[in-house]
Design a protein around this ligand. Sequence first.
Ligand code: GDP
Ligand code: MG
Length: 434
Amino acid sequence: IAEKLQNVFKKLTSRGKLSESDIKAAMREVKLVLLEADVNFLVVKKFIKELSAKAVGAEILESLTPGQQVIKLVRDELTELLGGKQSEIKLAGSPPTVVLMMGLQGAGKTTFCAKLAGYYKKKGKKPLLVACDIYRPAAIKQLHVVGEQVDVDVFDMGQDNASNIYREAAKYAMKLGCDMIIVDTAGRLHIDDEMMAELKELKKTSNPTETLLVLDAMTGQDAVNAATAFNDNIGIDGVILTKIDGDTRGGAAMSVRAVTGKPIKFVGVGEKLTDIEPFHPDRMASRILGMGDVMSLIEKAEASFEEKKAVELQKKIAKDQLTLEDFLDQMEQLQDMGSVSDILAMMPGGNKLKGLTVDEKQLERTKAIVRSMTREERLNPQIVNASRRRRISAGSGTTVQDVNRLLNQFEQMKKMLKQFSGKGGKRRGMMKFP
Ligand code: GDP
Ligand code: MG
């Protein structure tokens, strides 16, 4: 899917300006990607409509190619739709902070209660876990087990009434000096009136700082239905999306947010109690678009490139002043980042550059050749004529063919960098893409 999207963007990259038919074609692909990522059809329809309107009216930034422009637009819009900024759990002005956890059976409530308790314990809070899943004795035991694992107290009163349990738990929390009460509740396999009535009552009794709905990301449309039902009946402050470590693309996240308007606050990324992460809308947007590889490439490249150096390089590329010294530098940096062919494979259109491989031996040879050049030759490779090539190859213990190859590769790289850097260049390093 992501490949298809990249094809469209590649096509766009090769054209000058963003036309209406460009946008239409791109939107068609974006739509498919979203549907295949399991985003609700109506949500997709609305999103595409708004996006298209924005794309048509969008100001064309000089520094971006049309393809980059569309990617940026789609990603920005999707990020916005997923909540824009990261949304934290609200803490009570005067403690304790009360967090009420709701959701269908098997969504991951009990697990997440413990994860959250552990997360805030590490931040210096003193949480208390409260067992209000009164229907299954096993559920109470489960909370004790996970509570122990994160070293947090667990309060239970067996199968008493949930509101009663809460009242007693609140007193107990006061006595222990807990500043956070996390309430685990019962879920059913399906939404029913009895469950809603009970949760409503518990919400009234506990007056939670945060009422959170736990949703299993793998359940797609079911998660969307649950979100609507819980939000309409009880009212929620935010959503927890669990099991995004599975092979789901996370389309449910987009639907849930769009349908309820409530932020996703945390995600569960595994069965271990440390597998909890704050929700990052921008990362989820990339994941839904299937741009994970591109994003990790960008991060990898950013980590490896020194900012200042990269800026200088960018300027040189823009002015066509790249020297063989820079070339050598780049080759060494590429080597630092791991196998070049791996990196190229991660890039949209990267297979075009297969000729540019670096192995240890060749790098040594390249270094030797560059060192055998005069400074003038390094800065102006075009003056390296036949007799200079002979001298350089003799001096570096290589052949004239080796020198030719290097100079060709250098030209090739220069061209490629210029292509990727666009006009003016907002981007810093050669690998920053899109
Ligand atoms: P509850 O019925 O809502 O309380 O759900 P549980 O907390 O008992 O979790 C149901 C199952 O989902 C258990 O087997 C958990 O280990 C598993 N689970 C919960 N969260 C995650 C997660 O983020 N990733 C994965 N892979 N499994 C999870
Ligand atoms: Mg449970």
